[in-house]
Design a protein around this ligand. Structure first.
Ligand SMILES: NC(=O)c1ccc[n+]([C@@H]2O[C@H](COP(=O)([O-])OP(=O)(O)OC[C@H]3O[C@@H](n4cnc5c(N)ncnc54)[C@H](O)[C@@H]3O)[C@@H](O)[C@H]2O)c1
Ligand SMILES: O=P(O)(O)OC[C@H](O)CO
Length: 330
């Protein structure tokens, strides 16, 4: 069985470590926090990020980056998107040509608008990069609840290798050669999930959420195809699949943060209360900027940007969305 290293002992890094540990791989889990590492090694539980899940004995945690990386071919970057570039810089000296880098983060680089595979490629100077995405809440993956995801890469031979590495009878992995679509779908769905959460928090109903999800899907397709992704990908696991799970699940940090904002908390207060990464906040800023630059109309993203960063009242935001000029659906 393979040695696999996870860099980041948050919810998803831990859940996948548990899953692959149970499959029989030797897992090294690096985290910057000593408390997380001690909990995993001593209590066999990640109390902060994934409580009540027993961590198998073949998952060992460490705070030492070089030791974490040295014996594994597969290095999974399991940090939020805003930390991917700095983590790459921290590990660059330990990344030899034989390593395969797998990223599970969903977002884009806020500063440059680059996709994360582009960030990793430029920082680590490697082509062996695989992106894993799709509807996969950590809490359910850790409980072996049937889940489907998708892996993509510029090198589909490596994507197929990673498909085999992660596949179990409860975790079904598809390949998709549309790397742009897989990355953009996973990033933009977080924006729509925040908006759907806000609608729930205000107290609006299923009609409103269905509208946000459907018109949100239209925004994903518009910006995604403009960036070079395929329409079919956005109607697949990395797009619609993840949109459904994130907009409807109470596991979703984006949806939960949205609910709190809808109830009147500020963006900062809501993110603090959720206590884990809320990717949609940074994604909203990045994609609002990108939509202006590329002249792609993304009304939900635009209104959400004003709610999150310009103190626009959320209910008034919905009113503005509803009273725009009338138009044809497609
Ligand atoms: N949680 C899920 O269900 C899930 C599922 C699929 C994908 N994802 C994606 O995975 C990524 C990580 O999410 P998560 O849920 O594991 O996040 P999390 O908030 O649970 O944990 C984040 C981890 O990254 C670490 N971290 C944060 N900034 C860091 C930095 N600068 N350097 C080093 N470590 C840093 C934290 O200490 C923590 O261990 C996100 O992009 C998310 O969208 C999450
Ligand atoms: O908890 P969220 O909202 O970050 O969503 C996590 C995953 O992306 C679900 O697939």
């Amino acid at each position: 069985m393979e040695n696999i290293t996870f860099l980041g002992g948050g919810s998803f890094g831990t859940a996948l470590s548990v899953m692959l540990g149970k499959k029989g791989s030797s897992i090294t889990l690096w985290d910057r926090k000593t408390s997380v590492v001690e909990d995993i090694n001593i209590k066999k539980e990640n109390i902060k990020y994934l409580p009540n899940i027993i961590i198998p004995s073949n998952v060992l945690a460490t705070t030492e980056l070089d030791k974490a990386i040295e014996n594994s071919k597969y290095i999974v970057l399991a940090v939020p998107s805003h930390a991917v570039r700095t983590l790459c810089r921290d590990i660059k000296e330990f990344i030899t040509k034989d390593k395969v880098i797998i990223s599970i983060a969903k977002g884009i680089d806020e500063e440059s608008g680059d996709r994360l595979s582009q960030v990793i490629k430029s920082e680590l100077n490697t082509e062996s990069i695989v992106i894993l995405s799709g509807p996969s809440h950590a809490e359910e993956v850790a409980l072996d609840i049937p889940t489907t995801v998708v892996v993509s890469s510029e090198n589909m031979d490596i994507a197929k290798e990673v498909q085999d590495l992660f596949m179990t009878n409860k975790f079904r992995v598809y390949t998709n050669e549309d790397l742009i679509g897989v990355e953009v779908g996973g990033a933009v769905k977080n924006i729509i999930a925040l908006a759907a959460g806000i609608s729930d928090g205000i107290g609006y109903g299923d009609n409103t959420k269905a509208a946000l999800m459907t018109r949100g899907m239209s925004e994903i397709v518009k910006i995604g195809t403009k960036l070079g992704g395929k329409k079919e990908t956005f109607y697949g696991l990395a797009g619609m699949g993840d949109l459904i799970v994130t907009c409807t699940s109470m596991h979703s940090r984006n949806r939960r943060a949205g609910i709190l904002i809808g109830k009147g908390l500020t963006t900062e207060e809501a993110c603090r209360e959720v206590g884990m990464v809320v990717e949609g906040v940074k994604a909203c800023k990045a994609f609002y900027k990108l939509s202006c630059k590329l002249e792609v109309n993304m009304p939900i993203t635009e209104i959400l940007y004003k709610v999150l960063f310009q103190d626009k009242d959320a209910k008034y935001g919905v009113y503005e969305l509803m009273t725009r000029d009338k138009k044809n659906e497609i």
